[in-house]
Design a protein around this ligand. Structure first.
Ligand SMILES: [Zn+2]
Length: 324
């Protein structure tokens, strides 16, 4: 059964979504995606090149940046046309794990299929579960169907977690290829440097966050909003159903629309990768109430550049909306 909160890329024209429209849209994505690989360079790497498989694109770019010449990185979900929450790996996707020396997981129930795939490999690769690294517990693989369960798995939206994850990645790569440790240390320093505009943007948002509010169509941006210090005024009932990917009750949707009309939120944070009638109604309510809409995405759009470029662009849009 389709729910309105199900994620998928935006079809060019999605009419006010009836079930038939949604079913057609879902079939259109069948051939999108597939693993993408960025090869290391055995000549340039002072040690052994590590074969890494990364479950999702949110981390694939970071691992490539940190691995440099000394990692060959295969990213299984490399396109926003694939919904990480509903992902079912193909045999080709599973085959990508066969040669892996390191498997990088987001964890927190977000990509349990990759954890399962890594378990089936002999000899077993090292597994780095980034949610474990940053201390976000999985709480029972919560809801296998929907991924979100009780914890918020969108840890790549936390500046603190991103930095902790990067440190753990560098340490793990250095352990697997000790002769390349200097290379990994250089890559880590370069990446920290690359992170500067992102951290600067977060700081400047923090400086102006006092008393500012947001409401969100779903939970993807929560860690960042928290880090910035914005107050979440998303009505509780709606927020709970959205984070469980359940249909909000009509009263919860109405409460959200009323909050927007009353000007309670300074911005509406809108996840472009959540399709459906409910988010669209909220967007319309925000627009008619003159509340700026800030678009964020589950994973980097194909033309977004690096992880940092993608995040910085979103943060600048938020900043502009708050200053608006
Ligand atoms: Zn999500």
């Amino acid at each position: 059964m389709e729910t309105m909160m199900r994620r998928r890329p935006r079809p060019a024209a999605l009419a006010l979504a009836g079930a038939a429209t949604l079913a057609l849209a879902a079939c259109g994505n069948a051939d999108a995606g597939g693993p993408s690989t960025s090869a290391g360079d055995t000549d340039a790497c002072p040690g052994e090149v590590v074969d890494v498989v990364v479950s999702v694109g949110q981390w694939g770019d970071v691992v490539e940046a940190l691995g440099g010449d000394c990692a060959s990185v295969t990213t299984v979900i490399s396109s926003t046309a694939v919904d990480p929450h509903d992902f079912e790996p193909t045999t080709g996707d599973i085959a990508a794990f066969q040669e892996a020396e390191l498997v990088v997981l987001n964890g927190a129930g977000y990509d349990h299929w990759a954890e399962d795939a890594a378990t089936g490999v002999d000899p077993a690769p090292a597994v780095l579960d980034l949610a474990d690294v940053v201390g976000v517990e999985t709480g029972e693989h919560a809801d296998e169907e929907h991924g979100h369960g009780e914890v918020n798995p969108h840890i790549w939206y936390s500046p603190e977690y991103v930095q902790q994850a990067a440190e753990a990645l560098t340490a793990e790569l250095s352990e697997l290829s000790p002769d390349a440790a200097d290379h990994f240390a250089e890559r880590a320093a370069a990446w920290e440097e690359e992170l500067t505009p992102y951290l600067t943007e977060v700081e400047s948002l923090q400086a102006g966050a006092d008393g500012r509010t947001f409401a969100a169509t779903e939970s993807v941006f929560e860690y960042m909003a928290e880090a910035i210090g914005l107050t979440d005024v998303t009505p509780e009932g709606y927020r709970e159903s959205a984070s469980n990917e359940a249909e909000p009750a009509p009263g919860d949707l109405a409460a959200f629309q009323a909050a927007l009309e009353a000007g309670e939120a300074d911005v509406l944070v809108y996840n472009t990768q959540t399709e459906g009638g409910v988010p669209e109604q909220l967007r319309a309510a925000a627009e008619s109430a003159g509340v700026p809409v800030v678009e964020v995405a589950e994973s980097a759009p194909d033309d977004a550049g690096s992880f940092v470029d993608w995040q910085v662009a979103q943060l600048r849009a938020l900043s502009a909306a708050l200053q608006g």
